[in-house]
Ligand binder design. Structure first.
Ligand code: TMP
Length: 213
C-alpha cells in the first residue's frame, strides 16, 4: 500500500507507546496527548490492535480466541493495514499528530519474542504492510516482569489471552523490546516505569518537549 504522504502539507508526527502488559503505558496516554496539544498540535489517540471498526473486531478475536501463531501475526498486520490506511496516514497527512497505544514493535516483542515466530517472517509482513513507514518516536515503558505481573493482578476484571501468559513469555517479550530499543535508540526511548507516576511523567515531559518544539 502507498503511504500517501503529502508532498507539501506539514506532516504530523507519529508517536507510539509500548511495554509489557502491566507496565502502565495506558495510564499516561491521555496525559501525553494533552502535553502534545499544549504545544499547539492537533492529536489523534488510537490503539492496536484496533483503531478502526474492523480492527476492533479483530482485536476482540485476538484477545479471546486461541489460534495459530501465524494467524495471530497476520491478523495483527491486517488490523494494522486498516489502521494505517483509514486513520494514521490520513491524520498525519492532514498535519495531525497520532499517538498509538502499541504498533509494530509489539508484534516483534509478542509474536517474535514471546511466541518465537521467526524474525524474517515478521520483517516480510512489516515491509509488505508498512513499506518503510515507522513511528517518529516510540516510548517504551520498561518494568521488571514481577512488578508488571503484580500490577496486573491488582487490576479489576478478567485477564485477556495475552495477560494470562506465564512469566517466561513476558520475560521473552521484555527482552525482545529491550533488544529493539538497543538497536534503534533514537526512535525508541526507554522509560523506566518503576518510579511513581509523577516521576515517570517528569521523564516523559523532557522527551515530549524535545519532539514538540
Ligand atoms: P493492550 O493490552 O495494550 O491493549 O494490547 C492488547 C494485547 O495485544 C497486548 O497483550 C499485547 C498484544 N499485542 C500483540 O501481541 N501483538 C501486537 O502486534 C499488538 C499491537 C498487540
Amino acid at each position: 500500500m502507498t503511504t500517501g504522504m503529502g508532498k507539501t502539507e506539514p506532516r504530523g508526527k507519529f508517536i507510539t507507546l509500548e511495554g509489557i502488559d502491566g507496565a502502565g503505558k495506558s495510564t499516561h496516554l491521555s496525559w501525553l496527548a494533552d502535553r502534545v496539544r499544549a504545544y499547539g498540535h492537533k492529536v489523534v489517540v488510537t490503539r492496536e490492535p484496533g483503531g478502526t471498526p474492523l480492527g476492533e473486531k479483530l482485536r476482540e478475536l485476538l484477545l479471546t480466541q486461541s489460534m495459530q501463531i501465524e494467524t495471530e501475526t497476520m491478523l495483527m498486520f491486517a488490523a494494522r493495514l486498516e489502521h494505517m490506511a483509514q486513520v494514521i496516514l490520513p491524520a498525519l497527512a492532514a498535519g495531525r499528530w497520532v499517538i498509538s497505544d502499541r504498533f509494530t514493535d509489539a508484534t516483534f516483542a509478542y509474536q517474535g519474542g514471546g511466541r518465537g515466530l521467526a524474525r524474517d517472517k515478521l520483517e516480510l509482513l512489516e515491509q509488505w504492510v508498512q513499506e518503510g513507514f515507522q513511528p517518529d518516536l516510540t516510548l517504551y515503558f520498561d518494568l521488571p516482569i514481577e512488578v508488571a505481573r503484580q500490577r496486573l493482578a491488582a487490576t479489576d476484571g478478567a485477564l485477556d489471552r495475552f495477560e494470562r501468559e506465564n512469566a517466561g513469555f513476558f520475560g521473552r517479550v521484555r527482552a525482545a523490546y529491550l533488544d529493539r530499543a538497543g538497536n534503534d535508540p533514537v526512535r525508541m526511548q526507554v522509560i523506566d516505569a518503576s518510579p511513581s507516576p509523577a516521576e515517570v511523567k517528569a521523564s516523559l515531559d523532557i522527551i515530549i518537549k524535545r519532539i514538540c518544539i
